[in-house]
Design a protein around this ligand. Sequence first.
Ligand SMILES: *Cc1c(COP(=O)(O)O)cnc(C)c1O
Length: 412
Amino acid sequence: MRAIPDSIAGYRTMKLSPAVTSLKPSATIAAAAKAKALKSQGVTVYDFTLGEPDFNTPEHIQEAARAAMQAGHTHYTASGGIPELKKAICSAFEREQGLHYEPNQVVVSNGAKHSIHNVLTALCGPGDEVIIPAPYWVSYKSLVELAGATPVIVETTEASGFRLTAEQFERAITPRTKLLLLNSPCNPTGAVFSTQQLEDLARVAVKHNLFVCSDEIYDKLLYTDEPFKSFATLLGGIANRTIIINGVSKAYAMTGWRIGWTLAPVALTAAMDNLQSQETSNPCSISQYAALAALSGPQDCVATMRQEFARRREYTLGRIRELPQVSIPEPGGAFYAFFNVSRHFGRPLGKGTVVNNSTEFCTALLEQSHVALVSGDAFGAPGYVRMSFATGRPILEAGFDHLAAFLSGKSA
Ligand SMILES: *Cc1c(COP(=O)(O)O)cnc(C)c1O
């Protein structure tokens, strides 16, 4: 067979748009791919890179998807989602947070990542600044840049538990600031803001007339005593400047189904619905029925998975605290441990390799000890690494043995 000639590259350099030339692939997906490549060579890899639950989607949700197909729900739907799902999203939010939204304030999208893209594209453009606290989720910065806006990164400290303070927020505001992108519980740090801390941020947002996009995708994976409080419920009336991001990926182990949503003011919701109708028509019809079953069906699966994550978190924290020269603020939510390995830079590790930054640390650790972590560099936090504990206990145990050996200058 003859290969199709790469005719464009053949006689002329292909010019890609500036928006994609500066775009980097998602670092977590890249790190997972490296681990996968090693696994395909037959190596046992202790893979802690993935940001998704390792559980299967609960059976009753799978069943709802099968039933949806059989009932013929295999066509285009309303662009912003089927009315039943929008209603279920409003009911669930009212049940949990005591705040009433109408279906015309909901857009269902192809995952919460897509929801964030919709928000940024509909709200921000060239000249606008979006404040992002670091360490941040890998996609935030890229999504802001894709919208043509400017990310303003504000570094938080390990001492503050990686929580943006109201003072830091206010200092970062300029006349061009449009939006604060907040994530509590946070990926990658697991940081959870207290209600008091959130209210302090909310007051600054009100004072400066800013929007807050609150990514609440980990709201059901909380290990603290204080119940989850959505940003929209603060100060008794900040919903009109809040955009809530949520979805079924993390709470219901449904990452592959690609369903997320926004709760937002009506005018913004209409704009995002428009945008989505041109970009993707609608989220997958079958997945929408599955999400409907997730939200309106029994909720004990969520608690069961959370309890298992809580046990793994305890184990993970215990093992990290035993590691030499490593520090970690306690993660209050999500399923990540984000710890400081910078005290190991410049000294021999594993088979005697000297590393000088987190990326080199992760490379050496993977190559020599077959433990895969994601470098903090990807999250705007040099000196740190992220370990996902959404992994089975035997892998966690063996992985920590290998990590401990690597840090003490051996390699397993
Ligand atoms: C996983 C994740 C999302 C998006 O999840 P989807 O699968 O796109 O719904 C959004 N924000 C954060 C912080 C995440 O970790």
